[in-house]
Each structure stands twice: as structure tokens, then as C-alpha cells.
Write a protein that binds this ligand. Structure first.
Ligand code: WT7
Length: 634
């Protein structure tokens, strides 16, 4: 393990260096990796078009740095520990040498299926080691992976396959999740029936072994695909700026967009941030509870930890199966040192009662982390006291799919903590707050919209197939700045607290959901004329989904109708986007230009109907009272 920032002064020095000489700073970080050809230029950028390139001219493969580079020094060290859903089954441990062999073998199988450098491969799998292996195998041959969270519906999967024009889908038979056995392959079949013409093959990993249908000529079992394939082989050398992956994420408008990350910069940044934020020490067992279907799993289960030569644990199941003590059992049994989870999980376990964690010793724990949404004060203290027994620093890590890695966070045990604050930017990150007119807000004890002024190596490069959308979404709001979509405050000490999204994106259990996406889904329900979706505070999920729905005719059986709405959303997006509350309304408050006044709907959903502000300019102010009254019985 290479050096880490080791004191607050060290952090301050490194931060200052990263601002005065960003190129020198990142060149130094990049040197610890294996490059097949050194870069000619560290950084070339403008935020106008935008065009950002790191380590220009450099040639490498990220998996060579995750695997080959460690073979000599830590070949027999465990790279991945897999904890199965079923607590009665033994965990599986895979060493760096074994992982290298498995990744090479599957990479060779992909090649034999006709996958070439630059081809897109969609991965729709539960949390098994094969998910990590498939991901790395794509990268190894220079193919672009697009991992789709296995909870998304067939319609969502088909949209993503079509957008990326993927050639192959890699999937599993079933997903063992808590007491459920979810038919994953069947969802792929349904998606492909929706006209995914680019798909040539489906590779199916046998996970639970329950029966599925295989389509002759199109589908092939994983175990057949790897038969006779060599467990070694050179990685395909690619350019720093060649695409590594696409990951779809929701925005305030339209369908989810494919965020693109590239080999060189993503590699340097995920390793640097992993090592420093978590202060990983050789031999530590590190566990991030995210799913590889989200960016957290990409950067901090697979790439960051493996690049750093860490032992990374992945868990197939859910926090409450077979009971709310599961996380703590796993921590005890595997002697987990670093534990990284989401506030929603903490709140759910907190609600399950203290008994599960109170008298449990977890002496191995040294660092705790959270990610994905703002953590509330109560959950922070519970995490600190009950889980960390007051001796584990909590790193509240703020970042996004688009940032590729952690941007604002304490460095465990090195920089100061403040409950509910992501605190200070990592070296190389230059955040600022901007007011509604686009002016930077200087000084401290202020609030504004969070932007980043200077590129970092893992910044989004484009949105797949639609660069203009990338420009519009992130670089057009404020000149020369990357706009995060979040509001934040900077306290008197210059520490950042993330308040939440300022756009039409809601954060449900740490999952990012666009209100427009949910509305589009709801509008597909028979008899729905129009709908409006807003977030509201939810005790466990952080935010819940509140849907106002207008129907074409009065509904006699409201309960049955609402169920149809839910079924439609599940079919179009997946269970994560299911509204928590549905209110049937005769109209929606609109401005004279026809825009829905979401501000009013948000207030009503929050239960705050006292002061709705000026509604006299509405086209239909009379509807507000009707909605207010109706909301009381929801
Ligand atoms: C949005 C990004 C970062 C990986 C998982 C989510 C919110 C993320 C925090 C945090 C407060 C946070 C923001 C951000 N968010 N981390 N520590 N405190 N809010 O990635 O799906 O791209 O969502 O999650 O609103 O913009 P994502």
C-alpha cells in the first residue's frame, strides 16, 4: 500500500498543492500505476463544449492495474469475499491470483462470442462474484460495460440496451434476495422481446440453479462459454480516454442518461480517493454494502479497492434477512474493519430496535462511512454510538455518478468530523457555491448551489450518444462550472453540508429518481390524463414519492385503481420508483403558461399547507383548496 495523507497538516499541504499545480499533483498520483505508454499531456480541458481529457496519449488497461500489478506482491491475498444471501452457506473467497484467472477466462469467452474493443456489453446480474468478474472482463478486452441494477424492469433494461446498442447481455438465472428468488433471466427475455435488435448473445450465469428457458442460438450458459478458455492473457491496451463504462442515471427531464467514464482518469481518481478517505491499511477487510449496479459499487466495491490491492467484500442479500442483525453478524464473522453503507439502511436498522446491535461487540471496526443521501442527525449519532461505539470516525462521503468518485468527505481519523457534514473537499476538488444569478458566493456561513470549478480525473466525459445533453445538464447552467444539482451550505469553518437536490430529482433510499420519469410511467396507466410527482420527507427512505393523478373519468374503486398505477410504475421502471402516496385530483395548479407549480405540490405533500405563498397568479387557484382537503385523507 502506498502512502496516504497522514495528518491534517498533510491534507492542507496536499490540498494546496493540488490547487496551485493540479497537473503536477495528478501526474504524481498517476505514476504509481502501470502504463503501457506514458501520457504526453496531463490535462486538456474546457467546460464550454465541454471537453475534458486526462493523461492524454497515455495507454493502459485499468484491469492490468487491478489484477496483474498485484500478482507478485499479493497474489495469494483475498481480493474478494462474497457473502451469500443464505446465511447458512459458506462465504466464498477469491484471491488476486484466482480473480486474475477468472477475469482472463471470461474475457477470453467474451472474445470468442465476438465481443471486440469498443463494443457495449450490458450486465444485468445479482450481487454474485460473477458480476464483478463480468465487469472486469469487459474492461479487460476494452469493451464498454453498462451495468444495469437487477431491480430495474424489462422496459428500463430494454431502454438502456437500446440506448447503448449493446451487443451482448450477461445475466443470471435467478437473484436470491432475502426470502425471494427473483427470475432475472426472464426479465432479460422480456426486455429483448421489446426490440433490442443490437443483441447477438445472452450469457447466463447459473446462480440458484432453478429452471429457466434458454433460447437456442442466442443464449449460452456461462459455464459453457468459459469451457476450455485460458485463465490467462494480456489485457487489451487502450487510450486513457477510451470509454470504460456507461452507467445510466436519472435527471430532472426525460429518460435516464448514460454517464460515460474513461480508463485513465477514473483509475487514478477511484484509487486515490479510496485509499485516502477510508485510510485503508494492508490486511484490512473492507465492506461496502452497495450494489454494483450503482456507481458506489463500481467505484468502491470493484475498481477503487482492487486498484489499491485491498480485500473487498460483496454481499448478495439485504440488511434485514434473515433478521435485522445480519450486517452485524457479517461484520463480526469476517472481522470487517471498514464499513460503508447508506443512511437509509442505517435508519431501517435503527427502526428495527437497538437490541440487534446494542450488546454486540464489533472490535474489528475502525472506520464507518455513509453515502447516497444526506444523513440526519439522529441516524448519525446512532451509527456513531451503537455501531462504532464512539471510536470509529464516520466519513460522510458526498459524490455522484457523474463525479466517478468521492468529492467531499472527511478523511477517516485525519480531518475533522461534524455530524451531517460531508466537511471538506478532497485534494484536487475545487467546490464553490453559486447564487441564482450565477455569482459565486464568497466567504463562509453561506448557502447556495454547489458547483465545481476545475476538472478532476474522474469527471463525467459525456452522456452516451448525446454530448449536447451533457453540456446542457451540467455545464450550461453556470459558465465555466460543473453544476452538481445539489444545494449546500458552507459553515463558518468552511465545511460543507449537502442539503439536497435543487432540481426535479428525488432521492429515495439513496436511489436517484427523476420525477419526470415516474410521471411518464404513471401516465401509461389506463384512464390517467396527467400526473405530477414530488418528493416528501420519509422517515426511513429519506424521501418518499408523492403522486398527484388526474383521471379521465371518476374512479369508483380508488384502491384498485391505485394498485394499477403502482403495477404500471413497477412494469415501466421497477419497484424502487413506486409512489408511497397517490392522490387523485381534479386538476393541478398551473401558471398561466401551463407550467405545473411544483412548489405548491411539494408543500402539500410535506403536510405544510399553512403558507403556500402567492397563488393568485395561478390559472386555476381554486384547485389548490381541493388538493389540500384531499391530501388530509391520503
Ligand atoms: C446524489 C447523487 C454518490 C454515490 C451514490 C449516489 C446525493 C450522495 C451524499 C451525501 C448528501 C448525497 C446528492 C447527489 N448524495 N451522497 N453524502 N450527502 N447527499 O449517486 O445516484 O449519482 O446520486 O446523491 O444529492 O447529487 P447518485
Amino acid at each position: 500500500m502506498t502512502a496516504k495523507i497522514s495528518s491534517f497538516e498533510d491534507y492542507q499541504r496536499e490540498y494546496a498543492h493540488s490547487v496551485t499545480d493540479p497537473e503536477g499533483f495528478w501526474a504524481e498520483q498517476a505514476k504509481r500505476f502501470q502504463w503501457q505508454k506514458p501520457w504526453r499531456r496531463v490535462l486538456k480541458w474546457n467546460f464550454r463544449t465541454p471537453d475534458v481529457k486526462w493523461f492524454v496519449g497515455g495507454r493502459l488497461n485499468i484491469t492490468e492495474n487491478c489484477l496483474d500489478r498485484h500478482l507478485e506482491s499479493r497474489g495469494n491475498q483475498t481480493a474478494l469475499i462474497w457473502e451469500p444471501n443464505d446465511p447458512g452457506r459458506r462465504a466464498r473467497k477469491i484471491t488476486y491470483k484466482q480473480l486474475y484467472g477468472l477475469v482472463c477466462q471470461f474475457a477470453n469467452a467474451l472474445k470468442a462470442q465476438g465481443v471486440k474493443k469498443g463494443d457495449r456489453v450490458c450486465i444485468y446480474m445479482p450481487m454474485t462474484p460473477e458480476l464483478a468478474i463480468a465487469t472486469l472482463a469487459c474492461a479487460r478486452i476494452g469493451a464498454v460495460h453498462s451495468v444495469v441494477f437487477a431491480g430495474f424492469s424489462a422496459v428500463s433494461l430494454a431502454d438502456r440496451i437500446k440506448d447503448a446498442q449493446a451487443k451482448v447481455v450477461i445475466t443470471s438465472d435467478y437473484n436470491a434476495r432475502g426470502p425471494k428468488n427473483i427470475p432475472v433471466k426472464k426479465v432479460v427475455d422480456e426486455a429483448l422481446a421489446l426490440g433490442c435488435d443490437s443483441i447477438e448473445h445472452v450469457i447466463v450465469h447459473q446462480n440458484t440453479g432453478d429452471a429457466i428457458k434458454m433460447e437456442p442460438g442466442r443464449d449460452i450458459w456461462w459455464h459453457d462459454a468459459v469451457k476450455g478458455r485460458r485463465k490467462s492473457g494480456k489485457a487489451t491496451v487502450v487510450n486513457s480516454e477510451d470509454m470504460l463504462f456507461i452507467l445510466y442515471t436519472s435527471g430532472s427531464t426525460g429518460k435516464p442518461k448514460g454517464v460515460v467514464h474513461t480508463h485513465g482518469g477514473y483509475m487514478v481518481y477511484t484509487e486515490y480517493s479510496f485509499r485516502n478517505v477510508f485510510q485503508y491499511e494492508d490486511g484490512d477487510i473492507y465492506w461496502c454494502t452497495a450494489d454494483i449496479g450503482w456507481i458506489t459499487g463500481h467505484s468502491y466495491i470493484v475498481y477503487g479497492p482492487l486498484l489499491a490491492g485491498a480485500t473487498s467484500m460483496m454481499f448478495e442479500g439485504v440488511p434485514t434477512y434473515p433478521n435485522a442483525g445480519r450486517f452485524w453478524d457479517i461484520i463480526q464473522r469476517h472481522k470487517v474493519n471498514i464499513f460503508y453503507t447508506a443512511p437509509t439502511a442505517i435508519r431501517a436498522l435503527m427502526a428495527a430496535g437497538d437490541a440487534w446491535v446494542k450488546n454486540r461487540r464489533m472490535p474489528s471496526l475502525r472506520v464507518l462511512g455513509t453515502v447516497g443521501e444526506p444523513i440526519n442527525e439522529e441516524a448519525w449519532h446512532w451509527y456513531n454510538e451503537r455501531v462504532g461505539k464512539k471510536h470509529c470516525p464516520i466519513v460522510d462521503t458526498w459524490w455522484q455518478t457523474e463525479t466517478g468518485g468521492i468529492m467531499i468527505s472527511p478523511l477517516a481519523g485525519i480531518t475533522p468530523l461534524k455530524p451531517c457534514y460531508a466537511t471538506l473537499p478532497l485534494p484536487g476538488i475545487q467546490p464553490c457555491l453559486v447564487d441564482a444569478n450565477g455569482h459565486e458566493i464568497n466567504g463562509n456561513d453561506v448557502e447556495g448551489m454547489l458547483c465545481i470549478k476545475y476538472p478532476w480525473p474522474a469527471i463525467i466525459r459525456t452522456t452516451y450518444g448525446d454530448h449536447e445533453r451533457c453540456r446542457q445538464t451540467y455545464f450550461a447552467t453556470f459558465k465555466n462550472k460543473y453544476f452538481t444539482g445539489d444545494g449546500a451550505r458552507r459553515d463558518a469553518d468552511g465545511m460543507y453540508r449537502i442539503i439536497g437536490r435543487v432540481d426535479d430529482v428525488i432521492n429515495v433510499s439513496g436511489h436517484r429518481i427523476g420525477t419526470a420519469e415516474v410521471e411518464d410511467a404513471i401516465n401509461k396507466t389506463p384512464h390517467v390524463v396527467e400526473s405530477a410527482v414530488v418528493g416528501f420527507p420519509h422517515e426511513i427512505k429519506g424521501q418518499g414519492i408523492y403522486a398527484y393523478v388526474i383521471t379521465s373519468a371518476p374512479i369508483s374503486d380508488a384502491a384498485a385503481f391505485k394498485q394499477t398505477v403502482l403495477d404500471t410504475v413497477v412494469r415501466e421502471i421497477g419497484p424502487i420508483a413506486k409512489p408511497d402516496k397517490i392522490q387523485l385530483v381534479p386538476g393541478l395548479p398551473k401558471t398561466r403558461s401551463g407550467k405545473i407549480m411544483r412548489r405548491i405540490l411539494r408543500k402539500i405533500a410535506e403536510g405544510d399547507t399553512g403558507n403556500l405563498g402567492d397563488i393568485s397568479t395561478l390559472l386555476n387557484p381554486e384547485v389548490v383548496d381541493i388538493i389540500k382537503t384531499g391530501a388530509k385523507s391520503i
